[in-house]
Design a protein around this ligand. Structure first.
Ligand code: NAG
Ligand code: NAG
Ligand code: NAG
Ligand code: NAG
Length: 483
């Protein structure tokens, strides 16, 4: 670590919020969740955490779209503008329960940064100049004295009809901590767009990104750990990402990703974990001289699972979207591969050509496909422009069995590679991913990733890998999206 770098301690909480309205209304929901936040923040503080990130919808529960208007309203709160320099902890009113006041006092008592996502109630002027209420899906950041130092409103909503998209500029997502590190905020679906955080990485040179999310896993190309790792690795940024825990809705997977330094991530992806706290040292670059040096306690990451009795029977549901995306594919077993020599395959979709050179030493029948896709992909109420080159493992020659992540116990293990997967992309940016059939990410050090000039990107495995589920490069062409 050199003079322009520093190590701080980050915590992220994967959390299933309390959301039962019938047992005390909004106040009970706030109190229970803030009580939990305080408990986990205290655990993180004991491990030296400087900052803790809570998931999207973590304060009020993930029910905004089904709650009726009066319940929704009761679960929204005003958030002071950072420019007002307000610490709600200073305004204790014993008659009215104020969640912002409680959170601010937690930050002050623990002397740590808190990043909370909530439903914000704000005011705007309508066409006639009258004041009306507007609602945002907002991350509020409290500093160590309980002051609101950032307020970022979600830019890219994912079917959230109660909320308006942020009218603020990209720098509303930025804040700098007393330890001299600048962060950029983003919320869930924002991670697949070019702003605010991708733009802040380019313009502001931000190297530490904070994300509150309630992600929905889709196989094979949008599983949470793959998206998170790809973002952190491709952009070379640390990613502190806290997901909502609700495996039955495909919401799972959080972590501290060290894209700026060693690429060795501390992440969790376990439907039986219950609430789970990831605490990790993070090496990064200073954006200004620190006023206060972090006091490191941990030398390596810790993952603490707070299992409850029901967690043993949770079921992880993943939506399949590959039939929409695998428009073009090459079945690698069509001609038997030569075990002793390099095999080649290629497949094109419009002007994207993907190629694979690979070795296959196993005696099993080869059950992998090379796939290419280049075009629109529906997500929420948008059409995203994506380009994908991927290798997918399939349980049989039936394309519908590709990238099934929980194969039958009788399925033999196999070993694929070394291999190189590449494509001539025309995207703004490409993201690499590789996962095993048991849902673990393949460690970044196992494979190289390179984005060359002229759009060519490649993933290169110099050694083969056991039980590969998928390895792919996904490109995004932000300007071609249809809103
Ligand atoms: C809204 O839902 C709550 C909780 O289910 C219920 O108590 C209340 O009567 C509902 N209000 C309206 C206007 O439907
Ligand atoms: C990035 O943004 C932070 C927060 O606004 C600011 O303090 C810092 O100076 C900016 N850094 C650069 C390199 O622009
Ligand atoms: C990719 O390669 C194919 C085949 O050589 C070519 O037709 C296509 O134009 C290339 N695409 C780009 C974006 O360069
Ligand atoms: C998946 O398999 C790899 C390699 O055998 C192992 O290191 C890893 O711990 C496994 N992951 C899970 C979640 O079982």
């Amino acid at each position: 670590i050199n003079a322009s770098e520093i190590v701080y301690t980050a915590a992220v909480l994967e959390f299933e919020a309390y959301r039962d309205w019938t047992d005390g209304g909004s106040e009970a929901i706030y109190k229970r969740n803030i009580h939990s936040f305080e408990f986990y923040a205290t655990q993180a503080k004991l491990m030296g955490a400087d900052i803790i990130v809570f998931p999207e919808y973590g304060l009020q529960g993930l029910d905004h779209n089904t709650r009726n208007d009066s319940v929704f309203q009761a679960l929204t709160v005003p958030v002071p503008a950072p420019s007002a320099r307000v610490a709600p902890c200073d305004f204790d009113n014993e008659d009215v329960f104020d969640p912002m006041q409680k959170l601010s006092c937690v930050a002050r008592r623990l002397e740590m940064y808190l990043v909370v996502d909530l439903a914000e109630k704000a005011q705007a002027l309508d066409q006639d100049g009258a004041v009306t209420a507007v609602y945002y899906n907002t991350q509020a950041v409290f500093d160590r004295n309980g002051f609101v130092v950032a307020r970022y409103r979600k830019r890219h909503l994912y079917e959230e009809p109660n909320f308006e998209p942020s009218p603020d500029a990209d720098d509303a997502a930025l804040f700098t901590t007393d330890f001299g590190v600048a962060f950029s905020l983003q919320i869930c679906f924002d991670i697949v767009f070019g702003e605010p955080s991708y733009a802040n990485v380019q313009k502001n040179l931000t190297r530490d990104i904070i994300t509150s999310t309630a992600w929905i896993d889709r196989a094979p190309f949008n599983m949470a750990p793959n998206v998170q790792n790809g973002f952190s690795r491709s952009l070379g940024v640390n990613l502190l990402i806290a997901n909502y825990h609700w495996p039955e809705l495909g919401k799972l997977g959080s972590g501290v990703y060290h894209g700026y330094s060693d690429l060795s991530h501390a992440y969790t992806y376990d439907e039986h974990s219950g609430n789970v706290l990831v605490v990790s040292p993070v090496r990064t670059v200073l954006s200004e001289p620190p006023q206060r040096f972090p006091h490191s306690v941990l030398s390596k990451p810790k993952i603490l699972k707070y299992r409850r009795s029901g967690d043993a029977v949770r079921v992880h549901k993943i939506q399949d979207s590959y039939e929409k995306i695998m428009k073009s594919s090459d079945v690698l077993s069509r001609s038997p591969p030569h075990a002793q020599q390099r095999n080649q395959a290629s497949v094109c979709f419009r002007d994207l050509c993907c190629s694979l050179s690979y070795y296959y030493f196993s005696s099993n029948e080869l059950m992998y496909r090379l796939v290419a896709y280049n075009g629109y992909y529906p997500a929420g109420n948008r059409l995203l422009y994506v380009q994908v080159c991927g290798v997918l493992w399939c349980e049989s020659t039936d394309i519908n069995t590709c990238a099934i992540l929980e194969p039958k116990p009788s399925t033999p293990s196999d070993f694929f590679g070394p291999f190189t997967l590449s494509g001539n992309f025309s995207s703004d940016v490409t993201f690499p991913s590789a996962m095993m059939r048991n849902f673990s990410l393949i460690p970044n050090k196992i494979y190289g990733f390179e984005e060359k000039q002229n759009g060519y990107s490649e993933i290169k495995f110099n050694v083969g890998t056991f039980n590969l589920a998928m390895a792919y490069i996904e490109g995004r062409k932000y300007s071609a999206d249809i809103p």
